[in-house]
Design a protein around this ligand. Structure first.
Ligand code: DC
Length: 228
């Protein structure tokens, strides 16, 4: 039987990406970073001068970018119209705008369709998937074999984001990271379409006081025996 399909949701900076990549590497599964797809869409809107405060303008153009996601957990990447934008999508301009772009229903419809196609492709070639995001267990893959809701205290999440930012750009402010996280969490949790929410049947893991390996172990332990 192909699979398993694992959905990992949670707020920004909760450790979803490292955990999802680690689980995919240990189990030999594909890794799908749906946040990178929303970021790639946002990068395209910004570079094409689309007003990210105008949902109708975003909706009108969201079919234009050609977004390709690399699903190897050892080296994930994302391309837009053939250009690798894996670095650009992590920059502050994209981080500040992405929640507004991700709230547009037409953007979500399009990207959710691509996300389901990626899973269908994986299953057709006998592979399983770890998909991370905000609405994976609730909307994109309600049939997932395992749904995880990963959280951590906001201070721990901000510290992680500030460290990533300083490794990338040479400087990272804890208070700026915390402000960005909290405003994104508020937008992502209160938007009308597919807000960040724990699925009723998700396993909740609080990673605040756990190492990355401990969180990965907890996810793998939570897999139902019939898909291990
Ligand atoms: O996981 P991330 O920080 O790279 O996600 C970037 C943004 O995309 C985040 O603000 C919420 C949004 N997002 C979403 O709305 N739905 C998803 N499945 C994944 C991300």
């Amino acid at each position: 039987m192909p699979g398993p399909i694992i959905a990992i949701d949670g707020p920004s900076g909760s450790g979803k990406s490292s955990t999802s990549r680690g689980v995919a590497q240990r189990l030999g599964l594909r890794y799908v970073d749906t946040g990178a797809m929303y970021r790639a869409m946002t990068w395209w809107m910004l570079t094409h001068g689309v007003d990210v405060d105008d949902p109708a303008a975003i909706a009108a153009r969201c079919d234009e970018p050609f977004i390709e996601l690399g699903v190897d957990p050892a080296g994930p990447n994302v391309r837009v119209d053939g250009r690798d934008v894996s670095v650009e999508i992590r920059e502050a301009g994209v981080a500040d705008a992405v929640s507004r772009v991700a709230a547009v229903p037409e953007v979500r419809e399009r990207l959710v369709r691509s996300q389901r196609d990626i899973v269908d492709d994986a299953l057709a070639s006998g592979s399983g998937v770890v998909m991370e995001g905000r609405d994976i267990g609730t909307v994109v893959l309600p049939q997932a074999d395992l749904k995880v809701y990963l959280t951590a205290h906001v201070e721990a999440r901000a510290a992680r984001r500030a460290l990533e930012e300083s490794q990338r750009s040479g400087s990272g402010s804890l208070s700026a990271a915390q402000e960005n996280l909290q405003s994104r969490d508020a937008l992502d949790s209160t938007r009308a379409v597919s807000p960040l929410q724990q699925a009723a049947d998700a396993v909740a893991i609080d990673g605040t006081h756990l190492t990355l390996d401990e969180v990965i172990d907890a996810v793998i332990r939570a897999l139902p025996a019939d898909v291990q």
